[in-house]
Design a protein around this ligand. Structure first.
Ligand SMILES: NC(=O)c1ccc[n+]([C@@H]2O[C@H](COP(=O)([O-])OP(=O)(O)OC[C@H]3O[C@@H](n4cnc5c(N)ncnc54)[C@H](O)[C@@H]3O)[C@@H](O)[C@H]2O)c1
Length: 324
């Protein structure tokens, strides 16, 4: 089994997926790359063919499955084209630009009766998050009551606006909080803090838990993702983000990664291998199209509340039978 996989979008994330497919995955190979910028596509493709049209890449017979890593607003069109072609897609987060588009993907997949979409929520493959979930599942800290998340980026470009902090960055916390707690989000409120785009978001779940998240897109010092679960009999949290301690310049400590690629390098590899293995076994893992839809819908409703920062009750349709 050696699946040919095509990659659409060869920017920061797509180039990393293409690199993993060329070097770090068994049972699959890079079968083509498409980017609006042909030079980027060629740089990411190595010896694989370059496509100028994403729909031609999806239709190509040598492409058995597709990684969609183009900008958010293009995801739905390419995901729907993959579903129409009966080809599995690893779809970067967020699943779509709007919840209505994400719901169309869910409906198309359910109508086909076969799971073809996996969302690129790679934190589900991260060892640290995996340990938090395992400790919670073991019962050692009792029932979870609070989840504290921290999501800090060094900085973002000017076009990365306030709502994108919710619809793009914070979509990771929506998904990982649902996954860690095994609960659904029922309400939320945003509290802007300072004048550098920092948002504090609180959410309640149908399990009665409170989730707090600092979404800090201009933290300055490094890329820092942290989570702590408070249980009724203890807490569990991520250890510092490195394996080596440095003594230098009068300080002792860990270095922070510059961005998400080094921090989640192993998770991106494990996600790709898991997806390839899942396709080979006919049983996809990871986040489903329904998880992707819920994340977009929750993010959209929270982002809309940025206008007045009042509490929002989250409205979701019933989970379709196909995803139960
Ligand atoms: N899972 C994660 O941790 C993670 C991290 C970063 C980004 N992402 C997601 O990956 C996607 C890409 O983000 P990025 O940071 O790589 O952005 P990027 O701007 O670095 O790359 C996007 C690429 O897509 C190309 N492109 C634009 N329109 C296209 C089209 N219609 N068809 C084909 N290619 C097109 C651009 O030329 C560019 O090379 C986004 O949806 C983002 O949310 C996920």
């Amino acid at each position: 089994m050696d699946l040919g996989i095509g990659v659409i979008g060869a920017g920061v994330m797509g180039a990393e997926h293409a690199r993993i497919l060329r070097r770090a995955v068994s049972g699959a190979h890079l079968a083509g790359v498409c980017d609006r910028d042909p030079a980027r596509a060629a740089a990411a493709a190595g010896d694989a063919p370059v496509f100028s049209d994403p729909l031609a890449l999806i239709a190509a017979p040598e492409v058995a499955a597709v990684v969609i890593a183009s900008p958010d607003e293009t995801h739905a069109e390419y995901a729907l084209a993959c579903l129409a072609a009966g080809k599995p897609a690893l779809l970067e987060k967020p699943m779509a630009h709007r919840a209505a588009e994400a719901l169309r993907i869910v409906e198309a997949e359910a109508a086909g009766g076969r799971r073809l979409v996996q969302l690129g929520f790679m934190r589900r493959y991260d060892a640290a998050y995996g340990e938090l979930k395992a400790v919670l599942g073991s019962g050692r800290i009792g029932r979870a009551t609070v989840l504290h998340n921290v999501h800090r980026n060094v900085s973002v470009p000017d076009w990365f606006s306030g709502p994108m902090a919710i619809t793009n960055s914070f979509s990771h916390e929506i998904d990982i909080s649902r996954w860690l707690l095994g609960a659904e989000i029922t309400s939320a409120q945003v509290f802007p803090a300072g004048d550098r785009g920092l948002l504090m978001v609180t959410m309640r779940t149908d399990g009665g838990q409170v989730v707090s998240t600092e979404v800090n897109i201009n933290a300055g010092y490094g890329y820092h993702v942290h989570a702590q679960i408070v249980g009724e009999q203890g807490t569990v949290e991520m250890a510092p983000p490195g394996l080596a301690l440095t003594n230098a310049a009068g300080a002792h400590g860990f270095d922070f990664p510059a961005d998400w690629i080094p921090r989640f390098a192993q998770a991106y590899r494990d996600q790709m291998q898991g997806w390839v293995d899942g396709m080979a076994a006919g049983r996809l893992g990871g986040a489903t199209a329904w998880d992707g839809y819920v994340t977009v819908a929750v993010a959209e409703q929270i982002a809309a509340s940025l206008r007045d920062c009042q509490p929002v009750e989250i409205a979701l349709p019933p989970r379709p039978e196909f995803y139960r």
